[in-house]
Design a protein around this ligand. Structure first.
Ligand SMILES: NC(=O)CC(=O)C(=O)O
Length: 266
């Protein structure tokens, strides 16, 4: 999705795209990171709103109108004076099922290329976020969360077969890192993984890499795109997760007598 600086335009446009995807048969629809605001630390406090709030009300109504799940990308959320980068999730009846506040905030400095520090205006989330669908359990991260294998592993342990990351990789990290990270999380945990990005806008302060992609539990790229706005469609087969796990039972072959991933806070 191409995102502009005008929130109302972004919301209207998101609804148009969701309606189109649903008309074409999508049952679970994912928006990109920061779909109602520029991805810019100076914008987050200005665009921030509560959840539930105006943006989440529109997504709830749109989910209900189309009878689809919506993973609402992310929006700057304000709560008790703190601003979070938050992904709200809606059921086909328009119920807010859960929300994921980006747990790992971007703090990168590649000299001469990119310096970006979300903590300049955001606070980190402290919750693991999953929800059930009739198809499978889904785990949510937001963009930089993809870089942390422990989170994906914990979601796998919680029973998720599909991990979804609304994201906005950039022109420095995206070309080298995004697809390998998606494929690694998929193969490590034998799950489907999707990252949904905003379209590239060369005039924005943060230029997104784009390339929204879905990867199978076997590590194959099932669907992807370039950097312009489009809708990427993909069929997910939760039974294929079981098949891969039977053929390559690595998850039960871990040497948990020697190491483990421990959840310290629920
Ligand atoms: N925008 C992000 O959260 C992540 C990113 O750009 C990167 O990990 O690189």
């Amino acid at each position: 999705m191409a995102v502009t600086a005008v929130k109302s335009e972004n919301l209207e446009h998101a609804v148009t795209l969701i309606n189109k995807a649903a008309t074409n048969g999508a049952q679970l629809i994912i928006l990109p990171e920061c779909f109602n605001s520029p991805y810019d630390t100076t914008c987050f406090p200005k665009y921030a709103e509560s959840i539930p709030g105006p943006t989440s009300d529109i997504l709830a109504q749109t989910a209900n109108d189309n009878n689809v799940y919506i993973i609402g990308g992310s929006i700057p959320e304000i709560d008790n004076g703190e601003v979070y980068n938050t992904c709200p999730v809606f059921s086909p009846s328009g119920k807010l099922l859960t929300k994921h506040r980006k747990m790992h905030l971007v703090d990168i400095n590649v000299p001469g290329k990119i310096r970006f520090r979300e903590a300049d205006s955001l606070s980190p989330g402290c919750d693991f976020t999953t929800f059930d669908t009739p198809y499978c359990k889904v785990g949510i991260g937001v963009c930089y969360d993809l870089r942390f294998p422990e989170l994906a592993h914990i979601y796998g342990e919680m029973g998720c077969k599909f991990l979804v990351y609304p994201g906005a990789f950039n022109m420095t990290t995206g070309p080298s890192h995004m697809e390998p990270l998606l494929r690694a999380r998929a193969v490590d945990n034998e799950v489907y993984v999707a990252l949904v990005s905003g379209a590239r806008n060369e005039t924005a302060s943060y230029v997104a890499w784009g390339h929204s992609t879905v990867v199978s539990p076997w590590g194959d790229v099932l669907a992807t795109t370039e950097h312009l706005e489009t809708i990427v469609y993909c069929d997910i087969d939760p039974d294929f997760v079981d098949k891969v796990r039977t053929h390559l039972p690595i998850l039960s072959q871990k040497r948990t007598d020697m190491y483990s991933t421990v959840v310290k806070r629920k």
